[in-house]
Write a protein that binds this ligand. Structure first.
Ligand SMILES: [Zn+2]
Length: 138
């Protein structure tokens, strides 16, 4: 089943993000890498170091550390009610970019800055997209 670009646009993305979501569906976390300097981004249509547009989606390690996080104790969207409490985190990926995600399969009190995490993928029933989420490294 192909990914509907309209769904991505509704979430604030564009056609450049399509490969990312196709990768997630395959179980791959993709980052944009500059073909000139090799710096990784998520997402980016051009390198911010020198403006180059020679960008390509490449597989990432899928590992990172918690840079900052918050525990949500209220379901601000009704569909999140079954998940409360849940963790929204900003990770620093091994390749360098920051990445917003959820921390899963972990007691909320076990989450801390510097926690090492690895990607896994969950299907989102509402959007139909496969979401990269992260869990502590065992
Ligand atoms: Zn570059």
């Amino acid at each position: 089943m192909s990914i509907d670009l309209a769904v991505i646009k509704k979430l604030g993305g564009d056609h450049l993000d399509l490969s990312f979501w196709e990768g997630a569906r395959r179980g791959e976390l993709l980052l944009h890498r500059c073909g000139i300097c090799g710096k990784h981004y998520w997402p980016a249509s051009r390198c911010v170091e020198h403006g180059g547009t020679d960008m390509a989606w490449v597989p990432a390690s899928g590992r990172g550390t918690v840079h900052t996080y918050t525990i949500m104790h209220h379901a601000y969207a009704p569909r999140m009610a079954p998940h409360v409490p849940y963790c929204v985190a900003v990770l620093k990926l091994e390749e360098g970019p920051f990445f917003h995600t959820n921390i899963v399969d972990c007691p909320m009190e076990g989450i801390h800055v510097g926690l090492e995490v690895a990607v896994r993928f969950e299907e989102d029933e509402v959007s139909g997209l496969t979401l990269p989420v992260f869990a502590p490294v065992a």
